[in-house]
Design a binder for this molecule. Structure first.
Ligand SMILES: [Zn+2]
Length: 168
């Protein structure tokens, strides 16, 4: 693990080889064979995927199936759906890993650090005994679980209690 990891954790390295043209989240939505599919939930309005370079195990990306770039472009039905889906995911992550807390947020626009423009919500589990910032800057951050394994476990977890989805 090298020192860039801390700074690049928001980048979407789903790409198996050369970065294909087009939006990476739209490619995941379309199940394009050129990207690693770490999706754990799909419905008509939203997709949830494990970040291939997670800040922590269980780091999720929640994004609308529509290619939107601004939070304010969500329709009211999408906002309501997203609120329910977020609660569902937090409950599911609680059961999966018993995190001590969560960071939730958007980076909207390049100036804010978004590496792609398709709107996406980060859900990042936080744990009481994480490495400190000095360890991160020294490139010592250690992944304790492969994102592929996280995706596998989370798919199992979600299958046990599927998202109930009255709006779609
Ligand atoms: Zn897109």
């Amino acid at each position: 693990m090298n020192g860039d990891y801390f700074f690049s954790f928001q980048k979407f390295a789903y790409v198996k080889g050369e970065r294909p043209p087009g939006c990476i989240l739209c490619l995941i939505r379309d199940r394009d064979p050129s990207v690693v599919d770490l999706s754990v939930h799909r419905d008509p309005l939203f997709i949830v995927a494990v970040n291939l370079y997670p800040y922590n195990p269980g780091h999720l990306l929640v994004f609308p199936t529509r290619h939107l770039t601004d939070l304010r472009d969500l329709e009211p039905a999408e906002e309501a759906h997203l609120a329910r889906l977020t609660r569902y995911l937090l409950d599911s992550l609680d059961k999966l890993n018993a995190a001590g807390g969560y960071n939730l947020g958007y980076n909207m626009g390049r100036a804010a650090g978004a590496s792609i423009d398709h709107l996406h919500l980060h859900i990042i589990p936080r744990f009481p005994n994480e490495l400190g910032i000095a360890d991160l800057l020294a490139g010592k951050r250690v992944l304790v679980e492969s994102p592929l394994e996280t995706a596998r476990r989370l798919r199992e977890r979600l299958a046990q209690e599927p998202f109930s989805n009255p709006s779609s």
